[in-house]
Design a protein around this ligand. Structure first.
Ligand code: 15L
Length: 272
């Protein structure tokens, strides 16, 4: 693949991690966000555009080797905000890639596409055993993202890799994160694998580190070439001392989406 990787939502948490990590793995980065990216790196292209602006996104996609689509609201919000920013935005990312002749799109899906899925009674949960079961309007936007990705793979032959990201934070801060954490280093490793995997077609994989307490099966992600290097367990002692042992019967630990499945995450508690 030649050309830069277009990263949408490049000024966000994951975008910032990728802007640092992808060049170390040989990728040129073309950053795009609704706000200017802070401190562009040497050689980094940087654009300001809204991902719901199809024409701007099509221009931004020209000559790119691939698109990594991160832009969007990263938590629950109102339906109009989610529908516009996340659902229209994902349509535009895929349609722009198609119009610009970009062959591969990596989509930042989320565990919340399947949030109400219960923890299996022992063993690891495969993506195939976690069909759409969103926990929020945000989760619905991620289900739609995966559906749009499937459509563009089948109808237009794009390679589309959907990453059902767990908890992508600098470090785990809750006992749920002991199972769901995706470290910054592993975020780069996972996206790099999704960009390099030979002809993945349409794929949906969990995005998590090699956590000792994991209950999401990483076999499909590893099949793309992902080799996670981090484990949240090194934070376990401190987190358990602060918050207590995880109660596996509590919805926060008993369902994929954790606290997003609780009443606190009803859309009425969120502003646009
Ligand atoms: C997500 O999809 C969110 O963007 C992030 O803020 C976290 O809530 C994460 O999931 C998670 O499940 O921990």
């Amino acid at each position: 693949m030649t050309g830069p990787v277009l990263v949408t939502g490049a000024a966000g948490l994951i975008g910032t991690v990728l802007r640092g990590g992808l060049p170390e793995r040989g990728w040129a980065v073309r950053s795009l966000d609704v706000v200017p990216v802070p401190e562009p790196r040497p050689g980094e292209e940087h654009l300001v555009a809204d991902t719901t602006d199809l024409l701007a996104l099509t221009e931004a996609s020209r000559g790119a080797a691939a698109v990594v689509h991160l832009a969007g609201i990263a938590t629950e919000s109102t339906w109009p905000a989610i529908a516009h920013t996340n659902i229209d935005g994902t349509y535009c990312a895929l349609e722009a890639a198609r119009r610009a002749g970009v062959g591969r799109v990596v989509l930042a899906s989320s565990n919340h596409a399947t949030g109400y899925t219960p923890r299996p009674d022992g063993g690891l949960l495969r993506e195939a055993d976690a069909p759409p079961r969103p926990d929020t309007y945000y989760g619905v936007s991620k289900v739609t993202m995966e559906a749009l990705g499937s459509l563009y793979a089948d109808r237009y032959g794009l390679d589309v890799v959907c990453l059902r990201i767990g908890s992508a934070f600098p470090e785990p801060t809750t006992t749920r994160h002991l199972s769901t954490w995706l470290s910054p280093g592993d975020t780069v490793r996972l996206v790099d694998a999704a960009l390099r995997a030979p002809s993945p077609g349409f794929a949906v994989v969990w995005g998590a580190s090699a956590n000792t307490r994991a209950w999401w099966d990483l076999t499909a992600a590893r099949a793309l070439g992902y080799e996670p290097a981090d484990d949240a367990e090194s934070y376990a002692e401190a987190l358990i001392a602060a918050h207590g042992e995880p109660d596996l019967a509590d919805p926060v630990h008993a369902r994929v989406g954790g606290e997003f499945t609780t009443a606190d995450y009803d859309s009425e508690h969120f502003d646009a």
